[in-house]
Design a protein around this ligand. Structure first.
Ligand code: APR
Ligand code: ZN
Ligand code: ZN
Length: 360
């Protein structure tokens, strides 16, 4: 099968033929139909997020089950599935406490052994355990969630990371209430999904912040009531102006940089909640005034994968899209072939796209 491989940090993707390992008793062999290109892939490629290489990246995918291991019971050949990049074990400390997104074993399979080999003998890890930048993949059963076969797999792919991360950060992690004021900094695929989540939750105003005008237009389509171009306006002052000088009830940082995290915290009202959704570099340090931390009485929290339970949330997101309550089409900027991946990364780096989707 063909896959886009990454052999070293900062290198370009190369499309090559790989041989998949054998399917284990609890594995599922999937023909990938579509994969989104998410910023976390870019962060691994450029070294912002450390990850062992060589590997095949891609963690936002959907496809059709080709074959299943002997012990697999929840999916069968022909099923349409969305892949999860955390495969909850359902038995660890966090799974038992209703936090499957933090499963202690949810990524074990990604690092345990290579999933495919090139003709020259190079072995590749499946990054995030999903490796959706390839025509086929092998994932544990728990990383597969069956969805309605009538649902377009291109949109299904987006459900697997960006959509549940964005919508989930608002609806599961922060639990935004109707009428709350919300700010979302960063209007890429994940931020636009967060804006749609805020619309679903009945928030108002919903303020979108970005540096790219086209993203702010998209943000309006996704439910933003106000937009701020951070290249032209002091975003903290602008948010105060929209919230009676107090700051917003809920702020979501969906960029992953210390400067935007500091701005997000500052524009959160006293006793409000600031949620960090963006995945930054481990060496990018954030600064807060010690007194302000106490006086502000704010909640600052991280949020992994939109606090998602894939088995619960993937079918629900599909249902909300089918009912017209989400607009996942708004997130699709362009469809590409696998060998156009390097240009998709350039476009993402330049902020040109919400999502590029590889269709196989
Ligand atoms: N201020 C405002 N917006 C910014 C800034 C900034 N300083 N820097 C970048 N942006 C905007 C970009 O213009 C772009 O629209 O943030 C957006 C980021 O979007 P994408 O690159 O599409 O990233 P996305 O896939 O949405 O992921 C966002 O969430 O899951 C994490 O790893 C992911 O950290 C990443 C974040
Ligand atoms: Zn992602
Ligand atoms: Zn677990």
């Amino acid at each position: 099968m063909r896959a886009a491989t990454l052999r070293g940090t900062g290198e370009a993707f190369v499309t090559e033929d790989l041989r998949l390992r054998d399917v284990g008793p609890r594995d599922v062999h999937v023909r990938v139909a579509a994969s989104g290109v998410c910023h976390s892939d870019l962060s691994i490629q450029d070294g912002t997020i450390p990850h062992p290489l060589p590997a095949v990246l891609g963690h936002e995918g959907a496809g059709v089950v080709l074959e299943t291991g002997a012990d697999v019971t929840t999916v069968a050949a022909g099923d349409h599935v969305v892949l999860a990049w955390v495969a909850p074990c359902r038995a660890c400390f966090f799974c038992l406490r209703g936090r499957p997104e933090l499963c202690e074993h949810g990524l074990d399979h990604a690092f345990a052994a290579p999933y495919a080999t090139a003709p020259d003998g190079t072995a590749f890890l499946a990054a995030f355990g999903t490796a959706t930048f390839g025509e086929e993949t092998i994932v544990p059963e728990r990383a597969c969630v069956r969805i309605d076969p009538a649902f377009p797999l291109e949109l299904g792919a987006l459900v697997g990371c960006g959509v549940v991360t964005g919508v989930g950060s608002v609806c599961n992690s922060a639990r935004v209430e109707p009428g709350a004021s919300v700010v979302v900094i960063g209007c890429g695929g994940v931020g636009l999904a967060a804006i749609q989540g805020a619309r679903l939750a009945g928030a108002a105003p919903i303020v979108a912040v970005d540096r790219v005008a086209a993203k702010l237009d998209l943000a309006r389509r996704c439910g933003a009531t106000d937009v701020i171009d951070a290249t032209e306006t002091d975003q903290v002052e602008a948010v105060r102006g929209l919230t009676s000088g107090r700051g917003a009830d809920f702020v979501f940082e969906v960029v992953g940089r210390s400067a935007t995290i500091e701005a997000a915290f500052e524009m959160t009202r006293r006793a409000g909640t600031c949620t960090i959704v963006g995945a930054g570099s481990p060496t990018d340090m954030v600064r807060f005034g010690a007194l302000q931390l106490m006086v502000g009485a704010k909640t600052l929290r991280g949020c992994v994968y939109g606090s998602t339970d894939p088995a619960r949330d993937f079918p629900e997101i599909v249902r909300l899209q089918q009912a017209g309550r989400l607009d996942l089409d708004a997130l699709v900027t362009r469809r590409i072939a696998l060998d156009e991946l390097n240009d998709a990364f350039r476009a993402m780096h330049a902020g040109e796209v919400a999502r590029s989707i590889i269709t196989y």
